[in-house]
Design a protein around this ligand. Structure first.
Ligand SMILES: Cc1cc2nc3c(=O)[nH]c(=O)nc-3n(C[C@H](O)[C@H](O)[C@H](O)COP(=O)(O)OP(=O)(O)OC[C@H]3O[C@@H](n4cnc5c(N)ncnc54)[C@H](O)[C@@H]3O)c2cc1C
Length: 390
C-alpha cells in the first residue's frame, strides 16, 4: 500500500508539496486548510521572482523554479520584466561575489553599468548607486494564482483538498506520527504528516513538544501612483534606500516594500493592522521621492501589511522533524514564492527517497537541527545593512 500523506496548510508551500508528491506517483494526499486556499501569507505576497541570494542552495531553488513560471506565463500573470539589484559603494564586493556565484550555478545574471540601468529604468535617480546586478529572466507574478494552480495539478493527480478544516493537533504513537486530529474532534490516519502552516507552524509543533523558533515579522506595502504610466521596468531591489519596487497593474502604480529590517516589528499573525503605520508611510514616501524624483505627481494610492514567518537565520526548515513520518516546511520569510516549485520537489524527494536528488540543493542546508547546533544557514557574501537580502 502507498503512503497516506496529510499536508497541513493550503498556501503556496503546502499545495506545491501536494503537487510534487502526486507528480512522484503518491496519490493518497490530503491537504487540510483551516480557512480557504492561499488565505495566509500567500495572499499577501509581492510575487517577486529573482535568483539573487547569497545562500547558494536558495539561489539554486529559485533558478530551478523559474522554468515553471515561464511555462505558466499568463496563467499566473508572470511579467518577465527583469530584476535589478543596486548597491552602494560598501556593497560592491558582495554584489560581485554573489553574481559570480550565481553564474557558477548557471543562473543568467550579470553586472551592468549606470548607462544600461538608465535605459531600463528612466525615472530612477542613480547617483548614489555604485553597482548593479541584473537578471533579465526575473520579474513578478501572482502568488495566489500559482497556489491555486498547484492545487489543481495535485487534484488531477489524485490529491484531495479540504478547506475549513483546521488541524488541532498532530497525533503520534511512540516515535512515530499516526495522523492528525481536526478541531471538530475527528481524526485522520496518516503515515506521513507535512506541516506547511507558515506563520502558524510553531503552534502545531509545540503540541508535539517541538520548539520551532518562529517570529512573525510585520511587512508593510505602499502602492504609489507615479502620476504617469510606468510599464515594463524591472523589479528593483534598492539596497541603498532599503526598499523594493515593482509595477502594480498597468496604469502607473508601483508596489513599494520596505527592506529595512534593522528595527523589526513583530505582530500576532491573527491580529495585526492591515494598513501601513504613519511612520512607515513617511519613511516610504521619503525613499520614493528620493529614488524617483522624476515622477511628475506621485501620490499614495493605498497601503496594506503582511507578516513574514521568520526563523532565526531567515531561511526555511524543509526537513523531517522529531517523529518518524513528521515533516516541516516553514519559515520562508519573504522568499517562499519564488522557490515554491523547488520546495515541493525537495519535500517530495525527502518523503520518497529520504534525501535531496539535486546536488545544488543539499537537504542538510534546511535541517531543523541547525538552530540548536548554532549553525545557521547564512549568506556567503552578506550585504552590509541589508543582511536579510541574503
Ligand atoms: C508581504 C509579503 C510579501 C512577500 N513577497 C514575496 C516575494 O516578492 N517573493 C517571494 O518569493 N516571496 C514573497 N513572500 C513570501 C511568500 O509569499 C511566502 O513565503 C509564501 O507565500 C508562504 O507560503 P506558505 O504556504 O508557507 O504559508 P501560507 O500562505 O501562510 O499558508 C499556510 C496556510 O496554513 C493554514 N493553516 C494555519 N494553521 C493551520 C491549521 N492548524 N490547520 C490547517 N491549516 C492551517 C493557513 O490558513 C494558511 O493558509 C512575501 C510574503 C509576504 C507576507
Amino acid at each position: 500500500m502507498g503512503k497516506r500523506v496529510v499536508v497541513v496548510g493550503g498556501g503556496l508551500i503546502g499545495l506545491s508539496i501536494a503537487r510534487a508528491l502526486t507528480l512522484r506517483g503518491i496519490s493518497d494526499v490530503l491537504v487540510l486548510e483551516r480557512d480557504v486556499l492561499a488565505s495566509g501569507g500567500t495572499g499577501k505576497s509581492s510575487g517577486i521572482v529573482r535568483c539573487h541570494y547569497g545562500v547558494p542552495s536558495i539561489a539554486a531553488m529559485a533558478w530551478r523554479s523559474l522554468p515553471l513560471f515561464e511555462e505558466l506565463g499568463d496563467v499566473m500573470g508572470f511579467r518577465q520584466v527583469g530584476y535589478l539589484v543596486g548597491v552602494g559603494p560598501e556593497n560592491v564586493e558582495p554584489l560581485r561575489a554573489n553574481t559570480e556565484s550565481h553564474q557558477n550555478l548557471g543562473i543568467e545574471a550579470e553586472l551592468i553599468d549606470h548607462e544600461a540601468v538608465a535605459r531600463l529604468w528612466p525615472h530612477m535617480r542613480l547617483d548614489d548607486f555604485a553597482a548593479f546586478s541584473y537578471e533579465a529572466r526575473g520579474g513578478y507574478a501572482d502568488a495566489s494564482q500559482l497556489a491555486l494552480h498547484f492545487g489543481a495539478v495535485a487534484r488531477d493527480g489524485g490529491a484531495r483538498i479540504r478547506q475549513n478544516a483546521p488541524v488541532a493537533r498532530i497525533r503520534t504513537s511512540g516515535d512515530t506520527v499516526t495522523g492528525v486530529e481536526l478541531a471538530d474532534g475527528s481524526s485522520i490516519d496518516a503515515d506521513v504528516v507535512v506541516v506547511a502552516t507558515g506563520l502558524w507552524a510553531d503552534r502545531l509543533m509545540s503540541i508535539v513538544d517541538i520548539d520551532l523558533p518562529l517570529k512573525s515579522l510585520r511587512a508593510e506595502l505602499v502602492v504609489v501612483d507615479a502620476g504617469e504610466p510606468v510599464r515594463d521596468v524591472p523589479v528593483l531591489s534598492d539596497l541603498v534606500s532599503l526598499q523594493y519596487v515593482r509595477t502594480e497593474g498597468s496604469g502607473g502604480e508601483l508596489l513599494v516594500g520596505n527592506s529595512d529590517h534593522s528595527k523589526p516589528k513583530y505582530a500576532d499573525p491573527d491580529n495585526y493592522s492591515n494598513q501601513v503605520s504613519e511612520a512607515g508611510l513617511e519613511r516610504a514616501a521619503a525613499k520614493v521621492l528620493h529614488r524617483f524624483e522624476k515622477f511628475p505627481n506621485p501620490s499614495v494610492s493605498h497601503t496594506y501589511a503582511g507578516c513574514y514567518d521568520n526563523t532565526p537565520d531567515w531561511n526555511p526548515v524543509i526537513a523531517p522533524v522529531g517523529f518518524d513520518g513528521l515533516f516541516l516546511a516553514a519559515g520562508f520569510a519573504g522568499h517562499g514564492f519564488k522557490i515554491s516549485p523547488a520546495v515541493g520537489t525537495l519535500m517530495a524527494d525527502l518523503i520518497v527517497d529520504g534525501d535531496s536528488t539535486d546536488p545544488d540543493i543539499p537537504a542538510a542546508d534546511f535541517r531543523f537541527e541547525r538552530f540548536a547546533e548554532g549553525k545557521p544557514l547564512t549568506s556567503l557574501h552578506p550585504y552590509a545593512g541589508a543582511g536579510e537580502m541574503r
